[in-house]
Ligand binder design. Sequence first.
Ligand code: ARG
Length: 279
Amino acid sequence: MTANQSAIPPRTRTATPRRFLMCPPRHFDVTYSINPWMHPGKPVDGRLALRQWEGLRALYKELGHTVLEIDPVLGLPDMVFAANGATVIDGKVLGARFRHVERTAEGPAYLEWFQRQGYEELYWPEYINEGEGDYLVVGGRLLAGTGFRTDQRSHFEAQEFFGLPVTSLQLVNPSYYHLDTVLSVLSADEVAYYPKAFSEGSQAVLRAMFPDAIVATDEDAAVFGLNMLSDGRHVLLPTTATGLARQLAGRGFEPIGVDLTELLKAGGSVKCCTLELRD
Ligand code: ARG
């Protein structure tokens, strides 16, 4: 821990109840490879994946959050990663348009779910964006990743649709292809991130915006530690991200380890499985 980090006294942390959309991994598998974590030859234990996912869902409910579910579609094995399905702010739904043909059918499937639920402001985007994989809300602004999946032109589209300022961030490491694999929002003004996944320019932007951010180590980033979910007090993160858990506890958060090893075989963890419904 740097002198700067240890000088910050822990704040009192309050959880606010959230509404999440999740998709049970009943058809989960690794049958193609669209990121460096995916090895189609390697066996996946579907039952274990489902049990681990149910563990995450149970934890959310125990913590007082609401979990809604969308039915998985046969032939869309990555649909479990609900974070990619849309971006929802103030009840406005920005649909997702996927980069790879293997996932393109998920965009309409998620948008139809929102339509059936009675959401009225739905937007089918012109440019590729992979939902909350690359759009993270912090306070009243959006942090937006680009480089591997979301088209940078989508950032302006999102800004105009939501009427919120958007900060573009350039991702440079193919193992960390979505923003939510290397940056996590902890509260309205705090984040944790892994600097090396960003271009020099974007690192400077992050330092300027969040001078007191938690900085993750190579080890914690490599186990998808930053793919965590904070409710303002509890932070659910991969059990193996022990360094991050310590740093979070030092700031007054309550880290809770979650085991999602089967889903990691597709390159996803806690946050990837969770789409926040900001209604
Ligand atoms: N296999 C999926 C893909 O490559 C994993 C998506 C992970 N989701 C996320 N929000 N980072 O698209």
